[in-house]
Design a protein around this ligand. Structure first.
Ligand code: NAP
Ligand code: MG
Length: 490
C-alpha cells in the first residue's frame, strides 16, 4: 500500500465514527514487512475519553434496563457476524500483529465462542433466594451492572482479550469505553464494527484509540468510570491499579507470566518436545501463557535438549500470512530489541544459546521484526532470563534432580499464571497439580491454551487475585443487591 491510499480510521463515540480532538493520527504497520502501512489511527487525548465516558454514561440507563434475553440477542448476532467475517478479520489480525494465519483465524473463531458463551450468561441465574427471619419476607439477591467500565487491552490477543472483557461487560448491562493497544488498532476497529452491525445501541460501546499513557491514563482517572478491566504488563497494571482504586473504582488486572513446563523422568520425549515447542514458539512466544522455562529431570536432560534444539531449528519462520510458516515476527521493533536484550543478558549471566539467539534478516525478512527460535541451556533458576518475562521466542532449559526440586524451581518466581507437567505417572501429576502455584494448570498439555467457559487468571504477581471468563466474569462485571421484600399492612 502506498501512502496515498492509506485509510484513516476514526474513534467510535456515542454511535458515531468521529475524528480525534487532536486531529492527529499514527500509522499501523505490518510487523512482517514494515514498509506496509495498514491504516492510520487516531491519537486521541483526554478530551476524546471524556466524550466517550459521557456517551457511555448516557447510554447506561437504557442498556441496563433491557432484559437479559434482549441483550443476549445482540451478542448472538455479533457472534454470527464475526463468524461470517472470520477469514477477513483473521487476516487483518495476522497483518497487524504478526501471528500466523492459522492462529489469527483461530483466535477470531475463539472470539465467536466467547460471544456465544456470554450471550448465554444473562440467561443463567443472577441471584439467590434466602429464608428471612420474618416468614412473610421475600429475601433475595440480584446481580446488577456497575455502570461505565474501562476496557484496556494489550496487542498480543487483539481479538480474544477485548472480547472476553467486552462480552460479559455488555451482557450484564454495563456500558464500555474500550482502549485497545496502539499496535493493534485495526482489529479493535473491526470488532467494534461487528458490534455496530449487530445493532448495539449508540453509546453502549465506545472505542478510543491512542497511547496508553494518555488515553488509558484518562480512563483510569475518570470519575465516571466505575471499573477498569486491564490486561497487560505488570508495571502499567500496578500503576493503573493505584490511580483507579485510589478513587474507589473496581480494578481487575491480568498481567505477566514466567510459565514453566516440567518434563518428568517418565515423560514421552517427542511429546514433551512438541508441547514445549508449541508453548514456547507459537505466537512467537508472545502469549502471557507462553512456555518460557523447561525444567527437565536429569536422566532426560541430554536427550530432551538435543531433540528440542533440532525441533526449534526446523521451524519455518516468516510472514504469518504464508500458511506454511510456523512462527511470525515480533510485534514491533521495540519488542524485538527487548527480546535481543534479554538474550544478551542470558549470555552474560552464563547461560548458553544452543540455537537462535539472533535476528533473522535474510531476503525480505529484513523488512520485518524477526528473531530466530532461541533455546538456552545451563540456565540457573535465579538468572534474570529465568525470572523475568521476556515475551518472545526464547526458552530456557533448567536442570532438576527430583520432582520436588522441579516444583520448587517452578514456584520460585514472582509470577504464577500457567504451568504444565509432562508425565505418565498419576502420582507425579497429582503432586504437581496440588503444589504448583499457578492459576492455570496443565497436565500433559502445553502451558498456553484456555477455554472461554472456565475461569482464567494467575496467582501471585500475575493478576490482582481476580479471574476472567466463565462464571468468574460475573464477579467482576456485576455487584450484589440484597432485597428485603416485605408487604405493607393489608
Ligand atoms: P502494556 O504495555 O502494559 O499495555 C497494555 C495496555 O495498557 C495497552 O493498551 C497500553 O497502551 C495501555 N497502557 C500503557 N500505559 C498506560 C497507562 N499509563 N495507563 C493506562 N493504560 C496504559 O502491555 P503490552 O506490552 O501491550 O502487552 C504485553 C503484556 O501483557 C505482557 O506482560 C503479557 O504477559 C501481558 N498479558 C497478560 C495476559 C493475561 O491474561 N494475564 C494476556 C495477554 C498479555 P499502548 O497501546 O499505548 O501501549
Ligand atoms: Mg506496550
Amino acid at each position: 500500500m502506498t501512502s496515498g491510499t492509506v485509510r484513516r480510521y476514526r474513534n467510535y463515540i456515542g454511535g458515531e465514527w468521529v475524528e480525534p480532538a487532536s486531529g492527529e493520527y499514527r500509522p499501523d504497520i505490518d510487523p512482517a514487512d514494515s514498509r506496509t502501512v495498514l491504516g492510520e489511527f487516531p491519537r486521541s487525548t483526554a478530551e476524546d475519553v471524556d466524550r466517550a465516558v459521557e456517551a457511555a454514561a448516557a447510554a447506561f440507563p437504557a442498556w441496563s434496563s433491557l432484559s437479559g434475553p434482549q441483550r443476549a440477542a445482540i451478542l448472538h448476532k455479533a457472534a454470527n457476524i464475526l463468524e461470517a467475517r472470520a477469514r477477513e478479520i483473521g487476516e487483518a489480525l495476522t497483518r497487524e500483529e504478526g501471528k500466523t494465519i492459522g492462529e489469527g483465524v483461530g483466535e477470531v473463531l475463539r472470539g465467536v465462542a466467547i460471544l456465544r458463551y456470554f450471550a448465554g450468561e444473562p440467561l443463567r441465574p443472577l441471584g439467590e433466594v434466602y429464608s428471612a427471619t420474618n416468614p412473610e419476607t421475600f429475601l433475595y439477591t440480584e446481580r446488577v451492572p456497575l455502570g461505565v467500565v474501562g476496557i484496556i487491552t494489550p496487542w498480543n490477543f487483539p481479538v480474544a482479550i477485548p472480547l472476553w472483557k467486552l462480552a460479559p461487560c455488555l451482557a450484564f448491562g454495563n456500558t464500555a469505553v474500550f482502549k485497545p493497544a496502539e499496535l493493534t488498532p485495526l482489529t479493535a476497529h473491526l470488532i467494534t464494527e461487528v458490534f455496530v452491525e449487530a445493532g448495539l445501541p449508540p453509546g453502549v460501546l465506545n472505542l478510543v484509540h491512542g497511547p496508553g499513557s494518555v488515553v488509558g491514563e484518562a480512563i483510569a482517572r475518570h470519575p465516571k468510570v466505575v471499573a477498569v478491566s486491564f490486561t497487560g504488563s505488570n508495571v502499567v497494571g500496578r500503576h493503573l491499579y493505584q490511580i483507579a482504586s485510589e478513587r474507589g473504582a473496581r480494578v481487575q488486572l491480568e498481567l505477566g507470566g514466567k510459565n514453566p513446563v516440567i518434563v518428568a523422568e517418565d515423560a514421552d520425549l517427542d511429546f514433551a518436545v512438541e508441547l514445549t515447542t508449541s508453548g514456547a514458539f507459537r505466537s512467537t512466544g508472545q502469549k502471557c501463557t507462553a512456555t518460557s522455562r523447561v525444567i527437565v529431570l536429569e536422566p532426560l536432560l541430554h536427550e530432551f535438549t538435543t531433540r528440542l534444539v533440532e525441533r526449534a531449528r526446523s521451524l519455518k519462520v516468516g510472514p504469518g500470512i504464508d500458511p506454511t510458516v510456523y512462527m511470525g515476527p515480533l510485534v514491533s521493533e521495540e519488542q524485538r530489541q527487548r527480546v535481543l536484550g534479554y538474550i544478551e543478558i542470558g549470555e552474560k549471566e552464563g547461560a548458553r544459546v544452543l540455537t537462535g539467539g539472533h535476528e533473522l534478516s535474510e531476503g525480505d525478512l529484513r523488512y520485518g521484526f524477526f528473531v530466530a527460535p532461541t533455546v538456552f541451556t545451563d540456565v540457573e533458576p535465579g538468572m534474570r532470563i529465568a525470572q523475568e518475562e521476556i515475551f518472545g521466542p526464547v526458552v530456557g532449559i533448567i536442570r532438576a534432580r527430583s520432582l520436588d526440586e522441579a516444583i520448587e524451581i517452578a514456584n520460585g518466581v514472582p509470577y504464577g499464571l500457567s504451568a504444565s507437567i509432562v508425565t505418565r505417572d498419576i502420582r507425579r501429576a497429582f503432586a504437581f497439580a496440588r503444589r504448583i502455584q499457578a492459576g492455570v494448570v496443565h497436565i500433559n498439555s502445553e502451558t498456553a491454551g484456555a477455554e472461554p467457559h472456565v475461569p482464567f487468571g494467575g496467582m501471585k504477581a500475575s493478576s490482582s487475585w481476580s479471574r476472567e471468563q466463565g462464571r468468574a466474569a460475573l464477579e467482576f462485571f456485576t455487584q450484589v443487591k440484597t432485597i428485603y421484600f416485605d408487604l405493607p399492612p393489608a
